[in-house]
Every structure is written in C-alpha cells, then in structure tokens.
Design a protein around this ligand. Sequence first.
Ligand SMILES: [Zn+2]
Ligand SMILES: [Zn+2]
Length: 177
Amino acid sequence: MSTGLPIFRYHPDPLASGSIRASAEECVCCHRSSGWIYTATFYTAQEVNGRFCPWCIADGSAAERFAGEFSDAYGLDGVSEETLHEVTRRTPGFHAWQDPHWLVHCQDAAAFLGEVGYSELAAHPDALDQLRADLRMGGWHDASQLEHFLTHLGEGASAMLFRCTVCGTHLAYADAS
Ligand SMILES: [Zn+2]
Ligand SMILES: [Zn+2]
C-alpha cells in the first residue's frame, strides 16, 4: 500500500501519528491541493494563514519560506547539523502536550513512531526500561509512584515512542499536560 507521500526518515508514518491526514485543503506554501495536509506544530514569527502539504515539508520549502521549524531542536545533541536541519525543517512534527522534540541514539536522531500508552510501550521493554531510568534520574524516587505513573500511561500522560534509525533500539519520553 503506497500513498505516494514523501519519505520522512525521522517520522516514517505521519498518517498513523495523525500529523498528516487526507484533506482537499490547499497548501499555503505551494497553493496546490495534494489530497494531504499537515496538522501538527510549526513555529515561526510570521503569520501563516493555512497549512502545508507533505511535499513542502519534505523539500524544506515551507520552513524556508516562512522561516520556521516543525519541532524544537531541544534534545538533538550530538547529531550532525544536517540531521538537525532535516528533523526541525524537513520532518513533520507531531501532536503533544509539550513542544514535540526528538530523541537521539547512536549519534543520529531516532524515528518518531507515535504516541503510545502503557501496553504499547511495554511491548518494547527496551523503551520502557529507558523511560523508567530517565524518570528516576529526573527525580521520581518513589518506585511505586513511578510504576503507577508508567502503568497508567495513556490516561492523561502518554509516551512518545521512537526507534533508533541505526540499531533499532526503541526509546521513549513521557509527555504530560
Ligand atoms: Zn505545498
Ligand atoms: Zn541506536
């Protein structure tokens, strides 16, 4: 099944994540109606009276024309400048309570898979273990409270799931209102 959408290395299924959806809406950048429209974040000081098609995201024209970025560079430490720009200027962001940001593994940005709850996260023990360790480092010292938070992900708070583009390890961070 091919939708003919551009390939986004760091956000491989923007339809599944809800960042792109079918729509007859015209793109504010290229003024074409491609059948698909971007629905998530874009940060710019300019006024943008509309939304973008996936192609204007993929080729960088939307970010260039409106001098903006689709996600925060926060967390993208140790990646090349080229990767940093590909993630922030040529990759669809996603819906989250907090500003969306990317995780890094093997010195490359990881691929965003989607927002998940506990059961989906638990299907990737590597991501669950890493998130537990991160939260503990971030100040969750009460183990039973931490387990309660983790097992209730998907109700209010949720996890943003990623997969390393190099080694395939799954990673996650917690997103809460
Ligand atoms: Zn366009
Ligand atoms: Zn890796």
